[in-house]
Design a protein around this ligand. Sequence first.
Ligand SMILES: C[S@@+](CC[C@H](N)C(=O)[O-])C[C@H]1O[C@@H](n2cnc3c(N)ncnc32)[C@H](O)[C@@H]1O
Length: 259
Amino acid sequence: MENKKGEKVVNLFNSIAPRYDLVNFITSWGNDGRWRKKGVELFLEELKKREGLRWKNWEKGERIDRMEGVEPPLSPIRVVDVATGTGKMVKTLCQIGKKRGIKLEILGVDPSPQMLEIAQKECPFATFQLGKGEQLPFPDNFADGVTIAFGLRNFENFPQGVEEIYRILKPGGLLLVLEFVAGKGVFRKVVDWYTSTLVPLIGGLLTGNREAYSYLSSSISHFYTPDQLLSLFSSSNFTPLHTLTFNAGQLLVAVLKKK
Ligand SMILES: C[S@@+](CC[C@H](N)C(=O)[O-])C[C@H]1O[C@@H](n2cnc3c(N)ncnc32)[C@H](O)[C@@H]1O
């Protein structure tokens, strides 16, 4: 039987899909692109290290072996974006990968057909599949990297979702997580007030579904703190390589490695 929370969440995303990106852009003051870029930069840099390629100048995308005129055949690095939504992470991966001269094969997975329809239009170079984080439609050891942005909070069964990500990653594979997390502090109170009052108002006006944005906001305060989240990943055999927070500690960016 389909879990009730799961069904409700998917319907919610189906209903806000056409305006999802616009609301994100407005309510994050244009910062969501910057957060994604930062996470993807760290993630791809680590993936390249793992591939054993030497970089003369990472920022400019110059590889030493390319500089020396040796062009070894590179198989694409396979990345799966879980809870891909409208494909924002897929686009960022592709843009930064291109800049750095990294060949990527990108696959996106999400249970909302309406979100995926937009993703496929926006990112025709990638492959998209319907599916939940708790039951990923890929074999074991399939991906070099997995990304998940603002998706963990929606899992019906968090441990099962993390287990699935672990299963499809190759040994030593990398996971990039971007997620809004619970927290404390004076500035954080202001950010939480904004998220719980103004975000549902703006989201409601633009999508006609205020309830959806109230759910998304309240799910942040009910979610894990960064320390709790990282310790859950550690107990699921992931080692954190980089962790950053933005927005008065509301947004966690973490790159983790499968042990
Ligand atoms: C807040 S959106 C994030 C979309 C995208 N990753 C981004 O960065 O904009 C959350 C996405 O999670 C998807 N979702 C809901 N339940 C899910 C589940 N159980 N497993 C995987 N994705 C799920 C929704 O359909 C939605 O597209």
